[in-house]
Design a protein around this ligand. Structure first.
Ligand SMILES: N[C@@H](CCC(=O)N[C@@H](CS)C(=O)NCC(=O)O)C(=O)O
Length: 206
């Protein structure tokens, strides 16, 4: 097994968390390098695009969270071997990522500018993405997004939905998911109750 080091913010959300979760759920040993926002200044000096997450595999640094997620899924048995199921899995991850890309610039805003930008997303693209994810989930049986089992797509959506519900994003109503796509909340509850997911988060409970 390669020596893996994943570096990302010390938070239960964001682009690095689904990757950490996939390694943990898949039983793949990795160095879990977490840093604070002030420490990010140092990390970004060596990150190829000045962004996180970054991952080192046997000392080689790689970027792009969804590539890392797929890699973690392949190592840990959480990524479909069937090409069509893998396509469904990837599609879901890219949709979550596309929504994150739209949210990204709002983190560099404050006050009224941030409020207006976030409300534009809440009333614009976010319900579209959420409704699509719900439709996709229901079209594949309602329990999992692909392969009739837990895959990295479920982990990606789970982290996103939990963050949206948490109130951590100012101006994003905590009942947005429940109003637009309640099946995603039921899905998130199911993922949270998966024994390996519950065991992972139990480590952080004080
Ligand atoms: N395409 C990259 C995007 C990475 C990214 O934007 N990361 C954010 C944190 S979640 C970041 O480092 N933002 C700081 C910046 O872009 O300056 C990926 O998929 O990993």
């Amino acid at each position: 097994m390669p020596k893996i080091k994943l570096s990302y913010f010390d938070t239960h959300g964001g682009r690095g968390e689904p990757v950490r979760l996939a390694f943990a759920v898949g039983g793949i040993a990795f160095e879990d390098h977490r840093f604070t926002f002030p420490e990010f200044a140092e990390v970004r000096k060596t990150a190829p695009f000045g962004q996180a997450p970054v991952m080192e595999v046997d000392g080689v640094m790689v970027t792009q969270c969804d590539a890392m997620l797929r890699y973690a899924g392949k190592l840990g048995g959480l990524y479909p071997t069937d090409a069509y199921q893998a396509l469904l899995c990837d599609e879901v991850s890219y949709v979550v990522e596309e929504a994150a890309v739209k949210m990204g610039p709002t983190f560099r805003m404050t006050g009224d500018e941030q409020k207006a930008a976030r409300l534009a997303l809440v009333n614009g693209s976010m319900p579209v993405y959420l409704a699509w994810l719900q439709k996709q989930l229901l079209a594949h049986g309602g329990e999992y997004f692909a392969d009739n089992r837990l895959t990295v797509a479920d982990l990606k959506v789970f982290v996103d939905v939990r963050t949206l519900n948490s109130g951590r994003f100012d101006h994003v109503p905590t009942d947005l998911v429940e109003k637009v796509a309640p099946a995603l909340n039921a899905h998130a509850k199911r993922v949270a109750e998966h024994p390996a997911v519950a065991a992972y988060y139990a480590k952080f409970a004080k």
